[in-house]
Design a protein around this ligand. Structure first.
Ligand code: ATR
Length: 268
């Protein structure tokens, strides 16, 4: 049996073992794969990677706070992960560690499913780690990208990915000009569910609003967008799509979106 796992700290709350193991069961791969959650602290990363190469480990999902610090232990990093500057997926082959990033696919696929055409405009809220994946997904879709952030200076760090415009959060008077809005800030996340990154803004029915926050499933931002008849994309979709891609990289099999979704819905 090959071991797949998610590493991070804290790790108890991770939902990755739940869905990856559901996929393994559904595809009758229990004799070939299992999926664990392993708590690894920053100071343990080096010894972790030394031992992991000697064990029958195939895939490692990387979560907070290690998505950048794992880079230096890898033998190879694919182009997407290099551009984003972070790895959330490691595949081990012949004791070689290959770094990938599937977070951006979690943003790319749900937008692609809405048949968005190149040249549409997107407003991305936030300029941290998740924002880098959103900018990269938007770049791959050929969108016109604007990023707004509390700390406007941070936006310039995203310009190594592609061309983007920026606007200070306070200067954002209305959001009518944007076809798509993606929230990558934690505003609205449990336990602060009464917050929204766009208080007092109105949406329209042509817009698509995507919230990367998935706890709660429906954030205040998405609730407001829905009230104005905008189309919405739930954060849980991003989590599912990035995990489906990881599952494929680890096992060579495609798990079903519906299975991952229903498994998560039972839990959340
Ligand atoms: P992640 O890796 O999940 O993206 P992060 O790197 O900490 O997390 O980035 C969080 C983003 O949310 C940042 O852009 C942050 O704004 P700053 O750059 O000004 O710190 C934004 N953010 C977090 N809390 C916020 C708040 N209360 N109001 C507005 N923006 C906030």
């Amino acid at each position: 049996v090959k071991i797949n796992m998610v590493i991070g700290s804290p790790i108890e709350q991770s939902l990755s073992p739940l869905i990856h193991n559901a996929g393994i069961r559904a595809l009758n791969l229990e004799n070939l794969f299992t999926y664990w959650a392993v708590k690894v602290e920053e100071s343990q990363l080096e010894s972790f990677f030394n031992s992991v190469k000697k064990l029958p480990v195939r895939g490692i999902s990387v979560t907070l706070p290690h998505k950048i610090s794992v880079l230096k232990y890898l033998n190879n990093i694919d182009e997407d992960a290099q551009k984003i500057g972070a790895v959330n997926t490691i595949v081990i082959d012949n004791q070689q560690l290959f770094g990938h990033n599937t977070d951006w696919i979690g943003i790319y696929n749900p937008l692609k499913n809405k048949n968005i055409s190149a040249g549409k405009s997107v407003l991305i809220l936030g300029a941290g780690g998740a924002s880098r994946s959103a900018v990269y997904a938007a770049y791959k879709l050929g969108l016109n990208i604007t990023v707004t952030n509390r700390t406007i200076e941070k936006v310039s760090q995203l310009r190594d990915i592609c061309e983007i415009s920026s606007i200070k959060l306070l200067d954002l008077k209305n959001i009518d000009d944007y076809d798509i809005i993606i929230n990558t800030t934690p505003l609205g996340m449990y336990p602060n569910t009464e917050l929204s990154p766009l208080e007092n803004y109105t949406f329209n029915k042509e817009q698509i609003v995507f919230d990367c926050v998935y706890n709660p499933l429906e954030t205040k931002l998405l609730r407001n967008a829905k009230e104005h008849s905008a189309q919405i994309i739930y954060g849980i979709d991003m989590f599912i799509e990035q995990a489906l891609e990881q599952f494929y990289l680890y096992t060579g099999h495609r798990a079903s979106y519906e299975l991952f979704k229903s498994t998560l819905q039972e839990k959340l």
